[in-house]
Design a protein around this ligand. Structure first.
Ligand code: SF4
Ligand code: SF4
Length: 161
């Protein structure tokens, strides 16, 4: 389940060169599925790009000088176009706002208020919000899949293969 907190009437367009990719700070939340996709696309081993301390299925991208290690000096993303961009990086301008582990795993997502892209571009419509929800549900599924695999006795290394 995904809870989305947003401004329903806001317009948005990503102006990453203007803001110098403000939201691409290090420590971006990723799933085991993200790790598998990035490893396959880049040839890197998971520990080269991710913090692998297991926080209930939640992992984080490594950072360099406070920025994501996949951020280029021109503010573009090295993973763009590879099909391996992390789920949360495809959910901009919404950001991770926590997970509730109850009978059901609930993901909280919030609009990134500091984003200078708000007020620009197209209106955030139902289709856009449906896409955010779809990505959020994929994130939740990948968290649940990881936790299930662990309960079945698999090691993180086996799960990331
Ligand atoms: S989503 Fe907003 S803060 Fe992030 S790079 Fe785009 S314009 Fe900048
Ligand atoms: S993976 Fe790309 S989009 Fe995501 S935080 Fe890093 S540089 Fe930004």
């Amino acid at each position: 389940m995904v809870l989305i907190y947003s401004e329903p009437s806001a317009k948005w367009r990503c102006v990453f060169r203007e803001c110098k990719a403000l939201c691409c700070s290090g420590g971006k939340e990723i799933t085991a599925g993200d790790i598998k996709r990035i490893a396959a696309a880049t040839g890197l081993s998971p520990d080269e790009f991710a913090e692998l301390e297991d926080d209930k299925g939640l992992f984080r991208l490594r950072s360099v000088d406070g920025a994501c290690l996949f951020l280029r000096s021109d503010s573009s993303c090295k993973l763009h176009g590879t099909g391996a961009k992390p789920i949360f990086c495809r959910m901009y301008p919404f950001k991770f706002d926590g997970i509730i582990y109850a009978d059901e795993v609930v993901l909280k997502v919030r609009a990134f208020k500091e984003c200078p892209g708000f007020g620009r571009g197209e209106k955030i419509n139902e289709q856009f919000e449906a896409r955010i929800e779809e990505l959020g549900n994929q994130f939740v599924k990948e968290i649940k899949d990881y936790l299930k695999a662990k309960r079945e006795g698999k090691t993180p290394e086996e799960i990331f293969k």
